[in-house]
Ligand binder design. Sequence first.
Ligand SMILES: Cc1ncc(COP(=O)(O)O)c(C=O)c1O
Length: 375
Amino acid sequence: MSIRSRFPIFEKKTYLNSCSYGALSVDVREAYQRYLDDWNESGSDWDKWVGLYETARVSFAGLINAKPEEIAVTFCASDGVNTIASALDFSSPRNRVVVSDFEFPTTAQIWHAQEKRGADICHVPECDGRIPLEHYERVIDDRTLLVSIASVCYRNGSKQDIRPIVDLAHKNGALVMLDAYQGLGAFPIDVRALDTDFLVGGTLKYLLSSAGTAMLYVRQELIERLTPTFSGWFAQRDIDAMDIYANDPAPTARRFESGTPPVANIYAALAGVGLIQSWGVERIEKHIGELTRAIKDGVLAEGFKFATPVEDEAHGAMLAVKVADEIAIVDALAQDDIVTSSRDGNVRISPHFYNNLEDIDRLLESLRRNRQYML
Ligand SMILES: Cc1ncc(COP(=O)(O)O)c(C=O)c1O
């Protein structure tokens, strides 16, 4: 079966919205069916289900070059940020959280929620679709407890050079939370090479699964130094202890989990991540690079303008084109069966491994015909 034919949506549509939600594969559909069949046949096969949840931990670890003990399987990226926030102490003079203006709202909102607990939130402004390192240098100092950064901005596709920001944070004694949601599955992400302390991401975009499963990475040395108040029975050293008189967190990153794992979503997550691993993330990155280059050439040739920095290394899989009316252009493209999305006054175009150059031709042709909505 060809890669393309695993995604039936392409029989009807040109799908270019993986930054929002990956397309459904026959593999993920079958995984959900398998869950229903297993449930129907066994009633409650907890041994199998807990086994799959541990397999997901191993699979997520493999994606980012972490150890399985450093991974918490969570329900959404917000859960990962919330549990870390709950374990931090904002009562000392080192109470500042530096938040990049490229953050997805959820991370920034969670950090602002910590103001009640003494956190001092400081934003790092962007300039022409980029955040220069100097902007971080201006605000990261010995009062900084944590720096919260996104690998790729969900609004404009801008990709940050993570390692220099991590080095700057560490030089000042601060921790780093990396939101890699818009990168995972689209290009290689290696927590050791990046030296980040924490990473969150989820399975529903370039990892080709569905909502309901996400991951948190916590650097090994930090795990036992952090005791989250966000907790639950699956966060305990012994899940079966059933002790209502104490909280005894696991010595691994499982201490950052909470309750019953999202069993159905884990079947799907394993199928989606399995596809990514079988294709290889380097190959995926190369293919997406060819497609984004074709989009950039076509869009610039028409005189349209990017909100995304256009150098190859300065963006992820998503490109954002400035438009006069973001709702109208997304609707007009949809009339031509081309699926995109919009944010912040731009149309977002996000190809994946299943797209091809004919998809890009169809997109460019439709943008040309709908130029009244473009800038
Ligand atoms: C960069 C980024 N972070 C986080 C999220 C979502 O977080 P959560 O899984 O908590 O809904 C998104 C989703 O669109 C995102 O693009």
